[in-house]
Design a protein. Structure first.
Length: 277
């Protein structure tokens, strides 16, 4: 089922299966043909020390049985708060937005996103909850968080390349602050790089900002667009090094470091096939 909803309908929609003990924190995970490696992501999410959260996996027209693997894992572990939905409109932006809005209809007040090739550290959900919880309740009172994205250690990428990649990410973050497209009149705060596979946001701010643009990965960097939409609304956001996800390096392995960096620089490198598996 495709689940595109506008902000007003998502905010007002109530599900019959809501209950008083429904989790406040939900994670959206876009999925496209990740059968070969998604078990590692499932294991990482299941290993979270703070397990009071739900997950919405959004199958984006997978043809390799990814959804069946997720369903089997969910059944095996008895994870009743983990659900799978479909989004026929291709694109990480569309799939992520569908997942976030679906989570809101299930009662989410805090939202997070990671991707199906990523490994959140075991304190990821706990750190997100602390960041987004109001100060009056002992949290940091943030409304939007961009976490730290590190290369995975299990994909055979040499140590030197991983180090160069991490350094390049830091450099790109610095460049983003002076990039013309990120200079917004009336912005409530400076530009902050926030990788789409490691972000968290309050549900009310997600709706107010318009959510992830419903685009394909080759059309627009939906994470950058969301950051800039947030900056127009509030300064209550931060880059948090304690919110850690390890991401796949398969683009670096397929394209090389230089071309990968050009891809993330406004798609200055645009290969024929962008869905690297």
């Amino acid at each position: 089922m495709g689940l595109r909803r506008d902000a007003s309908s998502a905010a007002s929609c109530a599900r019959d299966d809501r209950s008083d003990d429904a989790p406040q924190l939900w994670v959206a995970v876009p999925v496209f043909n990740e059968a070969a490696g998604i078990r590692s992501t499932l294991d990482a999410l299941a290993a979270q020390r703070d397990d009071d959260f739900g997950v919405v996996f959004v199958d984006n027209n997978s043809t390799d049985g990814s959804a069946a693997i997720i369903r089997a894992f969910v059944a095996e572990r008895g994870l009743v708060r983990w659900v799978i939905i479909d989004e026929p409109q291709k694109g990480t932006g569309a799939a992520a937005d569908t997942g976030m809005r679906d989570a809101i209809t299930r009662g989410a007040t805090m939202l997070a996103r990671t991707d199906a090739d990523c490994l959140p550290r075991d304190d990821w959900t706990a750190s997100i909850r602390h960041c987004l919880t109001p100060k009056a309740q002992g949290g940091l009172g943030l409304r939007f968080v961009g976490g730290d994205l590190l290369p995975r250690l299990d994909e055979g990428l040499p140590w030197g390349t991983r180090t160069l990649l991490s350094g390049a990410v830091r450099l790109a973050e610095s460049f983003g602050r002076i990039r013309p497209g990120n200079r917004l009149a009336g912005a409530k705060g400076p530009y902050m790089m926030a990788a789409g596979c490691n972000v968290a946001i309050t549900a009310e701010l997600y709706l107010a900002a318009g959510g992830f643009p419903r685009t394909r990965i080759e059309e627009l960097h939906e994470d950058r667009a969301l950051v800039n939409a947030v900056r127009r609304i509030t300064g209550d956001y931060a880059r948090r090094r304690d919110v850690v996800v390890r991401g796949s390096s398969r683009r670096v392995q397929a394209w090389g470091l230089r071309r990968t960096l050009l891809w993330y620089k406004d798609h200055a490198y645009r290969p024929e096939h962008v869905d690297i598996r």
